[in-house]
Design a protein around this ligand. Sequence first.
Ligand code: PMT
Length: 399
Amino acid sequence: MLEGKKIVLGVTGSIAAYKAAFLVRLMVKAGANVKVIMTPAAKDFVAPLTFSTLSKNPVLVEFSTTDGSWNNHVELANWADMILIAPASANTIGKLALGLCDNLLLATVFSAACPIYVAPAMDREMYVNSSIKNNISILSKQHYFIIPSEEGELASGLYGEGRMAEPEHIIRFIIENHSKTLPLYGKTALVTAGPTYEAIDPVRFIGNHSSGKMGFHIAEALAAKGASVKLVHGPVNISTHNSSIKTIGVTSAEEMHKECTRLFAGTDITVMTAAVADFKLVKVASKKIKKKDASLHLELIPNPDILSELGKQKNNKQLLIGFALETNDEIKNATEKLKRKNLDAIILNSMQTEGAGPGGDTNKITIIDRQNKTIHFELKPKNIVANDVVNYIIECFKR
Ligand code: PMT
C-alpha cells in the first residue's frame, strides 16, 4: 500500500526521534518516497544526515535555505500523499491544536489536504496531563488521525503510557486506516484473466494469445482502491504479489467455470477479461496423436459460457462487466453480448485497432452500458486502461 506513496515525515523534539530513522527505513523499503521535515528542536536528538541518508532526500528544517531560496511549504503539502508526524511532541501537538505556525513542519501541515497522522511521544505525566490530553482530543476531533501511544519503559525511567508506538505498529495503523478511506473498501471483486487451454492430447492444446496483462492490471487497480480481489486466471507468465489479491490458477474453461460459479455469489464486482475458449474437444486423446498422412479431424463441442451463467445468477446489487474482443461490427456485436449476457457494462476492444487487444502492453477500449451510453478512450498502457475501468466502476457505485 505504501508503494509509490509520497510521504512527508515530520520529526519533532523528542527522545523518540531515533525511532523515526527506523520508520524511514520501513517506508522506503515498502517503496515510498519519503521527505523528512525536522523541527529545530528535533536536531538536538538526531542529526539530519541520518534522515537524508536513509530517505535519499534532503532534510528540510528552515523556511529559507543557505543559497537564498526557500522551502515552499505549500508545494511540500501538495506533493505529499500523506503526512506523518512521528514523534509528535507535546509542544507540536499544542501548536497544531491552537493553529500556531512558527516552523516549516507546522506550515506544511496547515497547508495540506492529505491525511495527517500524529504519533504522540512524551513522558507519562505529560501524556496524562489534562491540557495535553485536551490538545490531543482537539486534533482527533479534527481531520488528524492519532496513532495511540503505547505503554512501556520511558526515557525518564518511569513505566507507563506515552511511549511513541513502535515503527511497525505505526506502519500497520496507517495501512489499515488508509484502506478504510478507499472508495472500494469493503467490496469484493472477482476478475478473470488470461487464456484457457483445451487439451487435444497430453501434449497439445487449443489456446489463444491472451497474456493475462489486462486482467492482472484490473485486479491491481481494484485492490489499489481498497477492494479484496479474487483473480481466476488461465496459464500466464505474470504474477502479482499484492496481498489484497488472491490468485487462483486454472487451465481449461471448465475449470474457470467451476471457480467463477463457486466465487460469484459473494462478490460485489465481477470483471471478466479472460479469453475463454468457446469450444473444447468431445474426447481428449489419452496418448499423443501420431502424425498421419490423412488430415486430422477434431470434434468440438461448446464450453459453458461463464459470463452468461453469471448474468443469469446476478442480483441487482452485483456489478457484472464483460469484455468483448471483436474484429468487425464492433459496437453492434458488443452491445448484443451485453444484452444477451445480462451485463451492466461491456468493454469493447477491437482487433482492428493497432496496439489494442491480446498480448501487447497497450489497449484501446470503449465502455458500453445498459442504456447504450458509450465512453471512448484513447490507446493507453494497460495499467492506465485498468485505472479507467476501475474509475468507471467507482462511479457506478455512486449512482
Ligand atoms: O490478456 P491480454 O493479453 O492483456 O489481452 C486482453 C484481452 C484482449 C484478452 C481482453 O481485453 C479481452 O478482450 N477479453 C475478452 C476476450 C473474449 O473472449 O471476448 P469474447 O467477446 O469472446 O467474450 C465476451 C465475454 O464473455 C468476455 O468477458 C469473456 O471473458 C466471456 N466469456 C466468453 C466465452 C466463454 N465461454 N465464457 C465467457 O465467460
